[in-house]
Design a protein around this ligand. Structure first.
Ligand SMILES: NC(=O)C1=CN([C@@H]2O[C@H](COP(=O)(O)OP(=O)(O)OC[C@H]3O[C@@H](n4cnc5c(N)ncnc54)[C@H](OP(=O)(O)O)[C@@H]3O)[C@@H](O)[C@H]2O)C=CC1
Ligand SMILES: O=C(O)[C@@H]1CCC=N1
Length: 277
């Protein structure tokens, strides 16, 4: 087990917690993880895991090879600037803040008009908490092959990873897979409620809906056929599925999905304009 990597988690909330659950004890010893978070109760939870903690950026950052920024977009500029004094030439920056472009981070961390480009911007999602995350990643120009491999290895500890060529594509990743678990949960809530209306108990409906999602997504992942072909195989002519799908089509489900994903991507752009000047 390679545990010598030193990692700073800047922001110790949900997503930092998800990442740490995959890394501590496997890739980093808890004592090599430094967590910066203003919340006393949050820090107490990390202290109990054996990490070091601080309420604000401090000199321990200089000992950390990787800085993982996991604060809200609204506070990123301020927090990045507070951390900057401890940046070393080989520090690898990984940011998961929605909307904040890599270029803005490079500017905030730069010196003498020279941007700092050893930055990977990525977008994980909450299933990372159970090591079933899906992360999209984009690297700035200062990221060499070994940094790229390191960033990928860290995010792979909590699930699957894909790379996109362009930092701007992370907004689309955010709209599909970053926010995506919430779409799935909404669909699940609605399916469970509909099952209860049909006379199932809440537990029966929950089990049926969850099992169906699990089975259908596994089938879609493992099958060589497209989701459209798989859908067709469920749909007997004149049968029950056709009756349900006609309602989804009439109510414009594909348009609803397109508009929802577009709204999320536009919100990412707006966050960039609001918080990365
Ligand atoms: N939740 C999700 O599904 C996903 C979120 N993201 C991104 O991850 C980032 C973090 O989200 P999430 O983990 O959900 O948020 P959380 O609110 O759970 O975690 C953020 C943590 O940062 C702390 N914090 C606030 N100010 C500072 C500061 N100055 N220095 C250090 N820490 C600070 C917060 O404390 P306090 O609460 O006291 O303010 C909080 O504990 C966001 O940028 C979000 O866009 C990315 C992918 C998925
Ligand atoms: O809602 C948000 O802004 C964050 C980013 C992706 C998921 N949660």
């Amino acid at each position: 087990m390679k545990t010598e990597l030193s990692l700073a988690l800047i922001g110790g909330g949900n997503m930092a917690n998800a990442l740490a659950s995959g890394l501590i004890g496997r890739r980093c010893a808890a004592g090599n993880v430094h967590v910066i978070d203003p919340g006393e109760a949050v820090r107490a939870r990390w202290d109990a895991l054996g990490t070091t903690t601080a309420a604000a950026p401090d000199a321990r950052l200089a000992e950390c090879r990787v800085w993982f920024f996991a604060v809200k977009p609204q506070v990123m500029a301020e927090v990045v600037r507070q951390c900057r004094p401890w940046l070393r030439p080989d520090t690898l920056i990984i940011s998961i803040a929605a909307g904040i472009p890599g270029e803005a981070l490079a500017r905030w961390l730069g010196a003498d008009g020279q941007p700092y480009a050893r930055i990977v911007r990525c977008m994980p999602n909450t299933p990372a908490l159970i090591a079933c995350g899906m992360t999209g990643m984009a690297a700035l120009s200062g990221v060499d092959a070994s940094d790229r491999a390191l960033a990928e290895e860290l995010l792979r500890a909590v699930g699957e990873v894909i790379w996109v060529d362009d930092d701007a594509a992370i907004d689309a990743v955010t709209a599909v897979s970053g926010s995506g678990p919430a779409y799935v949960f909404l669909f699940l809530e609605a399916l469970i409620a509909a099952g209860i209306e049909q006379g199932l108990t809440p537990e029966q409906s929950r089990q049926l809906a969850l099992g169906t999602f699990h089975g259908a997504t596994q089938l879609a992942a493992l099958s060589p056929d497209s989701p459209a072909v798989l859908r067709d195989r469920v749909t007997s002519k004149g049968g029950t599925t056709a009756a349900a799908l006609a309602v989804f089509q009439d109510r414009g489900l594909p348009d609803i999905m397109r508009e929802a994903v577009d709204a999320a991507a536009r919100r990412a752009g707006a966050l960039a304009r609001e918080f990365s000047a």
